[in-house]
Structure formats: C-alpha cells, structure tokens
Design a protein around this ligand. Structure first.
Ligand SMILES: Nc1ncnc2c1ncn2[C@@H]1O[C@H](COP(=O)(O)OP(=O)(O)OP(=O)(O)O)[C@@H](O)[C@H]1O
Ligand SMILES: [Mg+2]
Length: 324
C-alpha cells in the first residue's frame, strides 16, 4: 500500500561524501506530490549523486530522506517499486529490439499483457518511437536510445519519476513533445524530479527549482519568485529591424556606457539584451545613439532578468560568499 504524505520526497540534512569530496552536503528540501521539481546546478554540483541517494542506489553518508513516504535507509525495495528513474548514463540490452525491450520492462514490472500493450502503444506515440519498434537498440541513434530509456520508465505507472537530464540528445521536436508529456503527467498527479542544463526547459515545466552548488542548495523557489528577487537586474531589450547591422550596433553600445553589466545578441537574432544598473537612463542614452547613427529599431523595452541571468548571478554571489 502506498503511504500517503503530501510530500513525494523529504530530504533532511542529506549528505554523500566520496573521501574528501562532499558531493552532497547537508541538503534539505521537500517535493510536493504532483509537482515538477527542477534540480539545477553546474557540472559536478551534486545532482546525479543526490538522485542516486534518493533512488536508493547508494546510501547517504549522513542525513535522512523519505521517498513516496518510505525511508531510503530501510525501505529501498518499496521505494524502487514505486518510482521510475532515468539515470544520466545509458543502460540497455543493446541486442533487443525496441518492442522487445519495452515488453521486457513491462514484464519486469509485472504489468499484465493487455495493459502493457496499451501503455506501449501510448508511449511509442508520445516518444516518436513508432518507426523504430523493430530495430535493434544497438543500431538506434543516440537521441532515439535516450527516448527509449525515458519512455520505458513510464511503463509501470510510477508515482514519482526521477529524471537525470532526460532530454540530452533529443531533437527539438522530441524535446517539445516530452516537455508537454511531463506537464500532462504532473496534471494527472505524478511527481517529477527533473535535472537539466537547459534553463529555458526548466523554466517552462518546473513549478519550483532548487539550485545546487558544491553540494549545497543555494536557492529554492518558483521561477517567477527567483526572478522577482533580482529586480536590480532589469535589462533593456533592443530589437533592430530585419537586415540591420546588428554587429555594428553591438560595437556602438560601448559609446553609450562603459559600465554595462552585460550585453549580448540573443541567439544570433536581431535582438540585443543589455543589463545595466540604471535601465531607464540606458533607454534614453540608447535613443540618442539610435538617432545619431540611424539604426532602424523595431522596439526597445525594459524587461526583468531572464532565469538564466538570475542563476548566473546566484552562482556568482555564492562563489563570493564562499571565498570570504
Ligand atoms: N563514485 C564516485 N566516486 C568519487 N567521486 C564521485 C563519484 N560520483 C560522483 N563523484 C564526485 O561528486 C561530485 C558530484 O558529482 P555529480 O555526478 O553528482 O555531479 P552532477 O551535478 O550530476 O554533474 P553533471 O552536471 O556533470 O552531471 C563531483 O565532484 C564528482 O566528481
Ligand atoms: Mg549528473
């Protein structure tokens, strides 16, 4: 029987040391049922290690946690029955076909045949695996193998899905479909613990995001609240008319101010984002520049910081604190 608590995960002072390395260091947080909880951080921050401890693959050095209401120290079997885990690394029987692999997984999870057929049909549709059903896993492209590895964890109707960079290697369409799928699953009451390096992806699907740095959680809130905390990081977005000389404008910005906190061309487009301590002053300086040099402008607007900018700032602040 499933234990009912409002939280799918409760972590209290969880730590995992590998010799001198404090991979996870006194981490406490709770994930509500039905929530999509993002777990973000730089390479080596401790994300995968936290996942291994929560999914009872490795024991913690210190601290405790319950997962779907069960204690990771005592109830590993009960937990593993009720969760789906996508590890960061690949794991397959490469000689099986996609169908055989999904069938095998369903039988390992004791899903009866008819139910398994229904779920497999549903998942191959959602993950775009229909054309690959009879192909051996060893001949699939990397992205297709990743899709299969993620899809199979949804076969046994787990309460909690722990996904370690699930979209790595997925193409833009597969990723889009997968993010929608996660939202549907959460709406049906499933809980998703999600790591990714793609901030926009986390911002799109996560109800809350924890930022882990050197094994410690340094921020935890909804994407909206995280952005609100940094109102001093307002930026100015300038969109030039099509076919404008974006590079020339970018260079000319230095004439406006030498103290810009940041300036970037957004994804090679004709949008330039500038962060300044005084964005309103910047807008008036920009207007002068635009008039004097005759750049053609679509729009100028003052906007809040992007989540990515906030995360870079949080990591920077935490680094400074750590150095003192
Ligand atoms: N089995 C192990 N033995 C020794 N050190 C380990 C082991 N596993 C992880 N580490 C160390 O623990 C730290 C955290 O690693 P972890 O894999 O959890 O990071 P991560 O946040 O998942 O990074 P990435 O974004 O690169 O996947 C790193 O310093 C890593 O080298
Ligand atoms: Mg990792």
């Amino acid at each position: 029987m499933t234990k009912s608590t409002d939280e799918a995960i409760i972590s209290e002072g969880l730590s995992k040391y590998y010799g001198q390395v404090r991979a996870v260091d006194d981490v406490s947080f709770a994930v509500k049922r039905g929530e999509i909880f993002g777990f973000l951080g730089l390479n080596g921050a401790g994300k995968s290690t936290t996942i291994k401890v929560l999914s009872t693959l490795v024991p913690p050095t210190r601290g405790s946690a319950t997962v779907v209401g069960y204690d990771i120290a005592k109830d590993g079997f009960e937990i593993r029955k009720r969760i789906g885990v996508v590890q960061q690394q690949e794991s397959y029987d490469r000689n099986l076909t996609v169908t055989a692999s999904l069938r095998l997984y369903a039988s390992l999870w004791n899903v009866d045949n008819d139910e398994a057929s229904m779920r497999i049909n549903f998942l191959v549709e959602k993950f775009g695996l229909k054309d690959s059903l009879n192909r051996k896993i060893r001949w699939l492209s990397f992205g297709l193998r990743r899709r299969l590895q993620v899809a199979r964890e949804f076969l046994h109707d787990a309460e909690l899905l722990i996904l370690d960079e699930p979209t790595v290697g997925m193409d833009v369409l597969a990723r889009h479909m997968f993010l929608e799928f996660c939202r549907e699953q959460a709406a049906k009451g499933k809980t998703i613990f999600y790591t990714t390096h793609i901030v926009s992806e986390a911002e799109y699907i996560c109800d809350r995001i924890a930022l882990i740095h050197h094994g410690k959680i340094i921020a935890l809130d909804s994407p909206e609240e995280l952005k609100k905390k940094y109102t001093d990081m307002k930026g100015v977005s300038v969109i030039l008319r099509k076919n404008s000389d974006v590079q020339a404008f970018f260079m000319a910005l230095d004439a406006v101010s030498k103290n810009l906190q940041k300036k970037e061309i957004v994804n090679g487009s004709n949008e330039i984002r500038i962060v300044s301590q005084d964005p309103f002053r910047l807008v008036s300086d920009l207007s002068e520049l635009l008039q004097s040099q005759r750049f053609e402008v679509e729009s100028i607007s003052v906007t809040g910081p992007s989540l990515e900018e906030v995360i870079v700032r949080l990591l920077g602040d935490s680094q400074i604190k750590g150095e003192i």
